[in-house]
Ligand binder design. Structure first.
Ligand code: FES
Length: 174
């Protein structure tokens, strides 16, 4: 069986999304989101292909990727943790939570752990100001955080990750 190169697969995936929008500019965001969710980052190659398909300047595609924090051109961890740094959370001891996250993961904000499991980022208000400090783990919100709770959340992520890895391995053996 002939293997299809990764870039060719990506092109086909992008073509599928672009066609749903008649190759119009409105396909830009759906294309970027598709690449982000399937490949966890938007490479230079993907940005160039998108620009070519939609007949727009690559700088415009770059601009959109860097504007939205949920789109990234660099590889990120399996779990992206975003801690709110806006005023209400700041007044509710978000610094203690931040310290716990950094100590537990051994990285600083803006970094990804060496094993590719966790990325630590700041975010602005998540709309849970009266239940702060608040953070997101991927799409899941956690509120009223304490250092102890943070530790439990990370442990839960680690066990989920372990489970997925084991299932993948098992699946691969069949
Ligand atoms: S200030 Fe943190 S959720 Fe609003």
């Amino acid at each position: 069986m002939m293997l299809i190169p990764e870039n060719e697969v990506l092109k086909q995936e992008l073509k599928g999304v672009a066609e749903r929008y008649d190759n119009k500019r409105s396909a830009l965001m759906p294309m970027l989101q598709m690449v982000q969710s399937r490949h966890s980052r938007i490479s230079e190659f993907a940005m160039q292909v998108i620009a070519d398909m939609l007949d727009i300047h690559p700088v415009e595609v770059h601009g959109v990727v860097s504007f939205y924090s949920f789109l990234n051109s660099e590889p990120k961890g399996r779990f992206i943790i975003r801690l709110c740094r806006t005023i209400s959370c700041s007044m509710q001891n978000k610094d203690r939570v931040a310290r716990q996250l950094e100590n537990d993961l051994g990285i600083e904000f803006g970094q990804t752990t060496g094993d590719g499991k966790f990325t630590l980022e700041w975010t602005n208000c998540l709309g849970h100001c009266d239940e702060g400090p608040a953070l997101l783990v991927n799409d899941k919100i956690h509120v009223k955080l304490t250092p102890e709770k943070v530790h439990d959340i990370l442990e839960e992520c680690r066990s989920t990750f372990g489970l997925h890895a084991a299932q993948k391995k098992e699946g691969g053996n069949h």
